[in-house]
Write a protein that binds this ligand. Structure first.
Ligand SMILES: Nc1ncnc2c1ncn2[C@@H]1O[C@H](COP(=O)(O)OP(=O)(O)O)[C@@H](O)[C@H]1O
Ligand SMILES: N[C@@H](CCOP(=O)(O)O)C(=O)O
Length: 296
């Protein structure tokens, strides 16, 4: 029996589209036991996830066993689901990372980065959730000539994350479909300027720069149309003391970075959604520095 614990992740942080991601102290758990058939139990119950043909963790487990060269006979999978699904908190990455690590661990094989990406990219083509879920921390990454390059960035202890979770899903697939094929040089430069300012302001703890540094022109202008009252959520969070606000991943969550006033910020973000008849809750989270953990 293996228990795999995988952290939620928040990708992009505004200007860092498809490159920045941070692991958060909110976890999905996957308990994996030997079985000759596929049995899945989910807590709370999500019927879609209990269908062996549709469960992402099982799909990735099968693919990984095939990659390793071992026949997949079955699995008894018990899932404790704490990461909201299709909210921009990397729930899909938790299943992908968890399954790959479970398969390699069960087969007593050492998982290299290259092998991880060879499998993971078949299910999720961008590293900004996968890497922080695997390694923990705050990471910047890119892919060049089919090789993934990444670097962990020190994240200031003073900052916490206030995540507002509206009660509607937004699949990453849908949120990527609304993005343009091309962007202007002006918008590209806008993001290059801000993502470098974002990293520098975090490393140097120049938190007053984050409000500007977390602005984005590559994805948020298009995706905000799918998030009712987006601008008011941002405005309320900043007025309540947040130092920066952005969409979390591809949404529907939004994430505020803050040194203080966490409860007020969370309540103000919820209020903005309530104004347009959308129920929401908030969580005050911190960085996870470990990434995926395995208990025997
Ligand atoms: N705990 C889980 N177990 C199995 N599959 C999961 C789990 N969480 C998410 N998934 C899969 O990931 C999909 C959501 O992925 P996506 O739209 O990228 O949203 P997110 O922003 O949460 O990653 C779900 O529809 C499901 O197929
Ligand atoms: N860079 C990706 C990140 C998707 O994150 P998720 O948590 O929403 O899956 C994107 O913006 O599409």
């Amino acid at each position: 029996m293996l228990k795999i614990k995988v952290p939620a992740t928040s990708a992009n942080l505004g200007a860092g589209f498809d490159t920045l991601g941070v692991a958060l102290n909110l976890y999905n758990e996957f308990i994996v036991e030997e079985s000759d058939t596929v049995q899945i139990e989910t807590y709370p119950k999500i019927p879609e996830f209990e269908n062996p043909d549709k469960n992402l963790f099982v799909k990735v487990l099968k693919k990984t066993c095939e990659y390793i060269g071992n026949d997949f006979h079955g699995v008894k999978l018990t899932q404790k689901i704490n990461v909201p699904v299709s909210r921009g908190l990397g729930s899909s990455a938790t299943a992908i990372v968890g399954a790959i690590v479970a398969a390699f661990t069960a087969n007593k094989k050492v998982l290299t980065d290259e092998e991880f990406f060879n499998i993971a990219y078949q299910f999720e083509p961008h590293p900004d959730n996968l890497l922080p879920a695997l390694k923990g921390g705050f990471i910047t990454a890119c892919v060049e000539d089919k090789k993934t390059y990444y670097s962990k960035i020190p994240f200031p202890e003073e900052l916490k994350f206030v995540v507002v979770i509206p009660d509607f899903e937004l699949s990453t697939e849908k949120a990527r479909k609304v993005l343009p094929e091309k962007v202007s040089l002006e918008d590209a430069v806008f993001n290059v300027q801000r993502v470098s300012l974002l990293i520098s302001s975090l490393v140097n703890k120049d938190f007053d720069l984050l409000k500007v540094a977390m602005n984005d022109r590559l994805h948020e202008p298009y995706r905000k149309k799918l998030i009712p009252n987006f601008d008011k959520v941002v405005e309320n969070a900043l007025n309540s003391g947040a130092v920066g606000v952005s969409l979390s991943g591809a949404g529907s969550c939004m994430i505020a970075l803050a040194k203080e006033n966490f409860e007020d910020i969370g309540k103000s973000m919820v209020e903005a959604f309530n104004e347009v008849d959308i129920k929401a809750e908030y969580k005050i989270l911190e960085i996870d520095k470990e990434g995926v953990q395995v208990e025997f």
